[in-house]
Write a protein of this length. Structure first.
Lengths: 241, 221
């Protein structure tokens, strides 16, 4: 379970998160929607400790993420993350991209790591690309590679940071399909997304972020179909029109 | 226009020319190796603003990149000499080349490092890699590709600039050529042969570097 209690985060004078409370249970899918600058992505970076927090507490399976005694490198093995810019490692082949971390972080044998790499790549539909270099692939393929790379670490949770926002429109579908597969597998996920229809389809809960607070949260039916707050209604009418 | 070429004189002195070429290679390789070590230090203190070393680094980089190599060799040989520090011609030229190489390479390293997107680091950290692993497996290999060819160029530059050793009586290829031609007055022949030797050396370096890079760097950046 990921538990977020009254989290505050500032960049200099700018307070980006103003007291966030959230809970994501095992097997649940939470989507976070909201305008740019609302703090959605920042929260993800705080969950896997790439960013520090100023106040509050985040626990992942009862481990305090920002506690000094926590081994954050080890904690991140639980938390797979995929970024808006897919960040494939350009100097490694597709298979090496996926097999590297299991080998050096989890200390698997080369054969084991390759086996996992091949399995995860096949899982996201890149079974024919093992020896290709990522720069030869489309954005959608590189984003699926990033998903496979995160999955190869066998994380308990997956964090997705607007992973379709930088893609050409025709490539969005294949990436969303991959997320649907993960949903079927029962993966626990937090998706920061602008794909409202997709969020509605796959999420157990949706949180609408506005200026650093959670303005509205609930089931997709509640938040998307019957938003109570005016800010939510405004946002949805803008993105759905 | 009835100049008579006398190549035999040159060929007889070939062993001495080759010895000079060996010194040329020797001084330029050494100046690169030491220059690289210092450049890493200069680049790191400058990027991390580690005072007071970052000031030294900035001054070093400014002077080495914006003054002629000739001036630096003179400073090392005659300049230090004025203060009672007498360097041999070899050490003077070596020091000047190290000074320039370190300055140029520091900027090359800094640029190469900064050209790697920070998100590559976030991505590797998100996979559970330690700082060391992120640098060793992800950042540095990409950086190395980008600085490889500038480093090769710097090496070629060192080989060619070491010819300024002629000014302080160093026995590298140009210095030897100068000495030999002054004994025989076959100036044109000696310098033509020296030029061909420089050409062969630098071509050899460039071709080897390109062959090595093809083996080393299979992916594209």
């Amino acid at each position: 379970m990921i538990n977020i209690q009254n989290v505050h985060k500032s960049f200099g004078d700018l307070e980006v998160l103003k007291g966030i409370n959230l809970e994501v249970k095992k097997g649940e899918v939470l989507s976070i929607i909201g305008g740019s600058g609302s703090g959605k992505s920042t929260l993800l970076y705080c969950i896997n400790a790439i960013e520090k927090i100023n106040a509050g507490k985040i626990t992942v399976d009862d481990i305090d993420v920002h506690d000094k005694a926590t081994n954050q490198d080890k904690l991140r093995q639980k938390l797979g993350m995929v970024f808006q810019q897919w960040n494939s490692f350009p100097h490694l082949t597709v298979l090496e991209n996926v097999a590297l971390a299991p080998r050096i972080v989890k200390k698997m044998s080369k054969d084991e790591a390759i086996e996992i790499g091949e399995k995860e790549l096949t899982h996201v539909g890149l079974g024919d690309k093992f020896d290709v270099y990522p720069t030869k692939m489309s954005g959608g393929q590189q984003q699926r590679l990033a998903i496979a790379r995160a999955l190869a670490m066998r994380p308990d949770y997956m964090l997705f940071d607007e992973i379709t926002s930088a893609l050409d429109p025709e490539l969005v579908g294949e990436v969303l399909d991959t997320l649907r597969v993960l949903r079927e597998d029962g993966m626990t996920m937090i998706c920061v997304t602008h794909e409202i229809a997709f969020a509605r389809e796959v999420s157990d809960n949706i949180a609408f972020f506005h200026e650093g607070i959670i303005e509205e949260m609930g089931s997709p039916d509640q938040v998307i179909s019957n938003p109570q707050k005016e800010t939510t209604q405004k946002f949805l009418s803008k993105v759905l029109s | 226009m009835d100049y008579q070429f006398h190549w035999n004189t040159v060929f007889q002195k070939m062993p001495e020319m080759l010895e000079g070429a060996f010194v040329t290679l020797h001084v330029s390789i050494l100046s690169m190796l030491i220059g690289i070590v210092i450049a890493v230090f200069l680049a790191i203190v400058k990027m991390n603003q580690i005072k007071p070393f970052s000031y030294i680094s900035s001054v070093w980089i400014e002077i080495s990149r914006n003054t002629p190599a000739l001036f630096q060799i003179y400073m090392a040989y005659f300049g230090l000499g004025a203060f009672g520090i007498h360097l041999s011609p070899y050490v003077a030229v070596l020091s000047a080349l190290i000074f320039v190489n370190a300055g140029y390479l520091a900027e090359t390293f800094r640029g190469g490092f900064q050209s790697i997107p920070k998100t590559q680091y976030s991505a590797s950290k998100s996979l559970g890699m330690t700082n060391f692993q992120s640098y060793w497996y992800i950042i540095l290999p990409q950086m190395f590709r980008r600085i490889y060819h500038p480093m090769t160029n710097q090496f070629v530059w060192s080989i060619l600039m070491s010819s300024l050793g002629i000014l302080v009586g160093m026995s590298e290829l140009s210095g030897e050529t100068q000495r030999l031609q002054s004994l025989s007055f076959r100036t044109l022949e000696f310098f033509m042969v020296a030029a061909v030797m420089y050409y062969i050396i630098t071509k050899f370096v460039l071709i080897s570097a390109s062959l090595i890079s093809r083996r080393l760097f299979k992916g594209e950046i």
